[in-house]
Write a protein that binds this ligand. Structure first.
Ligand SMILES: O=C(O)c1ccccc1N[C@@H]1O[C@H](COP(=O)(O)O)[C@@H](O)[C@H]1O
Length: 215
């Protein structure tokens, strides 16, 4: 546990779709950059692949996508991580893993008032658990859930903390990490936008610097 407690929190910036904005973000070297491959999202990434430096991992976000579409996207965009944000089963995850053993699979759980941590126990082959807030859309709702429920997290797998995170949340994030060391990655999105899909790079930079300073 103590080893986990001392690991650095990593940063994922999600929902990028504009090439110029993306190039500006790359200069900040976040650990992960996410693109939404869900056509109903205002952040839908529908462009040709954009190469990232090898230090930055590329995350593709999908919602109940067909297996063949995911396979094509992983190969075309050279994805390191697939974040599945819908109602995908554990069987679906394990088939994906069998197809791409090197691919990391993150399963999203959308936390509402009736959330049951027991649901996580049904997923055996995922590499990390993303906790997002249940809302009107599958993701990108810009709202936080009650992080206290993470005290009951039953697994040792990495947690990606997501859902409405803003710059004001940094002190609380650091405090939560002390109590729940499995929190490894902070996922930011709509609270850092000028408009859907376009990030305020200055604000992301401020967040990234403060995150480094605080740990
Ligand atoms: O952002 C979207 O439009 C989106 C659409 C469909 C699935 C996932 C989506 N985004 C994911 O939601 C989290 C939380 O976003 P927010 O901070 O609440 O705006 C985001 O990081 C994406 O992984």
């Amino acid at each position: 546990m103590s080893v986990l407690k001392n690991t650095r929190l990593e940063l994922k910036v999600c929902g990028m779709r504009d090439e110029t904005n993306l190039q500006e973000l790359i200069s900040l070297s976040p650990d992960f950059i996410g693109m939404i491959f869900y056509s109903k999202s205002a952040r839908f990434f529908n462009s040709e692949p954009i190469p990232l430096p090898k230090e930055i991992q590329k995350v593709g976000v999908f919602v109940d996508e067909t297996f063949s579409e995911i396979i094509q996207a992983v190969m075309k965009h050279n994805l390191n991580v697939v974040q599945i944000h819908g109602n995908e089963s554990d069987v679906y995850c394990s088939e994906l893993k069998d197809f791409f053993p090197e691919l990391k699979i993150w399963k999203v759980f959308s936390v509402g008032e009736d959330f049951d941590m027991g649901e996580l126990l049904n997923y055996h082959c995922v590499d990390a658990i993303v906790f997002d807030t249940k809302g009107k859309n599958y993701g990108g709702n810009g709202t936080k859930f009650n992080w206290e429920i993470l005290q009951d997290y039953p697994l040792q797998k990495d947690i990606v903390l997501s859902g409405g995170i803003s710059i004001d949340d940094l002190p609380k994030i650091i405090e939560m990490k002390q109590r729940v060391p499995q929190i490894r990655i902070i996922d930011i999105n709509s609270r850092f936008e000028i408009e859907p899909g376009i990030k305020n790079i200055k604000l992301v930079k401020e967040f990234s610097q403060k995150l480094k300073e605080l740990q």
